[in-house]
Ligand binder design. Structure first.
Ligand code: AMP
Ligand code: ZN
Length: 472
């Protein structure tokens, strides 16, 4: 399996440090608001990478931090006149609700910054002791001139960066690029005791500490959106490698931006759509399909048309899944066992996913599979249930377990209530097929039109007839 490593800027063979374990850290949300669909893109793509590693038999330990103390949370607490921990708790719960609605698998651990203050202080103490950090008036800064490899991940040229950096008035830092590890508390701000007085941790040190605490000194994959490469991840490397004297991360993965009208979706630009807003219009499966149709590293423009098309795509898989479930319910072992090379589709799916998680190609493989199966179904009067079982298994292994663009469980609930209705529709579709064969178009059209009036839309294609329900 090949993964593009931002550090080497090439695709590399994926060999975990301690197989079959894969230690995977993803930078999580700052909980001061509902997360937007740009964040959702990063969370969903990380989820798909994790699910594919599990598909391949790896045992993934997946950690996502929650930044629950930060300037943005403090500002929100002033605005709403509520304590910071109340704001953070509220939006942490909203985060859990939304990722669950997006069918994102829960992480093994969601460490919160405020639960890790002691460990953070210990790490800063180590950096000070080793000469990588210095204190000025209750603030502790990282001295980037001490870290030889600073700039390696982002490929930034230090001199250019320094020339471009804004020098704040009263800035006591030795170098404008030095970044804060411990922030002295201002009046009325939440704070913790430390050897440098009351204060709170900087953002970058949280991730270095929590990654080390939950996954060890060296981890396999560290991921986040492209905007985190610099300075966040660059700073994490400087902190972790200086403190632990070990290579911090083997593979760095970064997700492209979700743009809206070619501009990055972000709270500060005021162009956001929250995940919950989108979930009220589209299914989680369609949102996941929409994201899967673009490679994770590329930019993606938000588009209602593409989301509507994705909803139709999901519908197509769902129609087949419905058919499988109703056939399996009948449980008949009569009928033919059509020739079909399932292993070909598994191999194709793995080939493209092994190539740096090429989800657009994986989606194409799944739709090709659905098309071929529909064709076989339309060509045979009676098919053995074992065949449907294998079709279901393929869809469960790929479309459900890896991409999360179909969920058989939720179908089952629906089917329980509708099974007689489904059977009657199938019956009418078969009668109509016979009428068409006899060239009795008047009656076959009547069946189609009458079903349409009832909200059942028949769709004829080369592969046969499928149906869907009109949206209310
Ligand atoms: P934040 O809460 O802003 O720290 O972001 C949480 C995660 O979402 C990080 O991995 C960010 O890189 C990612 N992210 C933020 N905005 C976007 C966007 N427009 N497109 C893709 N990922 C994003
Ligand atoms: Zn981070």
């Amino acid at each position: 399996m090949q993964i593009y490593n931002t550090f080497s800027k090439t695709k590399e063979e994926f060999i975990p440090i301690n197989p079959p374990t894969v230690n995977f850290y993803v930078c999580g949300p700052t909980v001061y608001d509902y997360f937007h669909i740009g964040n959702a893109r990063s969370f969903i793509m990380a989820d798909i990478v994790r699910r594919y590693l599990e598909y391949k038999g790896y045992v993934v330990k997946f950690v996502m931090n929650i930044t629950d103390i930060d300037d943005k949370i403090i500002n929100k607490s002033k605005e709403y006149k509520k304590p910071t921990d109340e704001i953070a708790k509220f939006f942490t719960n909203a985060f859990y609700e939304d990722i669950s609605k997006l069918k994102i698998k829960p992480a093994n651990v969601y460490p919160r910054a405020t639960d890790s203050i002691e460990d953070i202080i210990e790490m800063i103490k180590t950096l000070v002791k080793k000469g990588y950090a210095y204190e000025i008036d209750g603030n502790v800064y990282y001295d980037i001139s001490k870290f030889e490899n600073y700039g390696k991940l982002s490929g930034k040229n230090l001199e250019e960066l320094e020339a471009g950096a804004r020098i704040e008035i009263n800035d006591a830092k030795k170098n404008p690029l030095d970044f804060v590890l411990w922030k002295k508390a201002k009046e009325g701000e939440p704070s913790w005791d430390s050897p440098w007085g009351k204060g709170r941790p900087g953002w970058h040190i949280e991730c270095s500490t929590m990654s080390c605490k939950h996954l060890g000194l060296s981890i396999d994959i560290h991921a986040g959106g492209n905007d985190l490469i610099f300075p966040h991840h660059e700073n994490e490397i400087a902190q972790s490698e200086a403190a632990n004297e070990k290579k911090f991360v083997k593979y760095w993965m970064h997700f492209g931006f979700l743009n809206i009208q070619n501009e990055k979706m972000s709270k500060s630009l005021g162009n956001i759509i929250t995940a919950r807003e989108l979930l009220s219009k589209y299914s989680a499966e369609a949102i996941r399909l929409f994201f899967s149709q673009t490679h994770y590293r590329g930019p993606l423009n938000f588009s209602e048309e593409l989301l509507t098309a994705a909803e139709k795509g999901v519908e197509k898989i769902k129609n087949l899944a419905d058919k499988i479930e109703s056939e399996l319910k009948k449980g008949s072992n009569e009928g033919v066992m059509p020739e079909f090379d399932f292993s070909f589709y598994y191999k194709e799916f793995e080939k493209v996913m092994d190539d740096d998680i090429n989800t657009p190609q994986a989606v194409a493989v799944i739709f090709e599979f659905v098309k071929s199966i529909n064709k076989i179904i339309s060509e045979h009067e009676k098919i053995n249930t074992d065949f449907y079982r294998r079709v279901k298994k393929f869809l469960q292994d790929t479309a459900e377990a890896v991409l999360g663009i179909i969920h058989f469980d939720s179908l089952l609930n629906g089917i329980k209530e509708e099974s007689i209705e489904d059977k009657l529709i199938e019956l009418l579709i078969n009668v109509r097929l016979l009428l068409k064969k006899e060239k009795n178009y008047a009656l076959s059209d009547l069946i189609r039109d009458e079903l349409n009036k009832l909200g059942i839309i028949l769709q004829d294609s080369k592969e046969g007839t499928t149906y869907k329900r009109k949206k209310i």
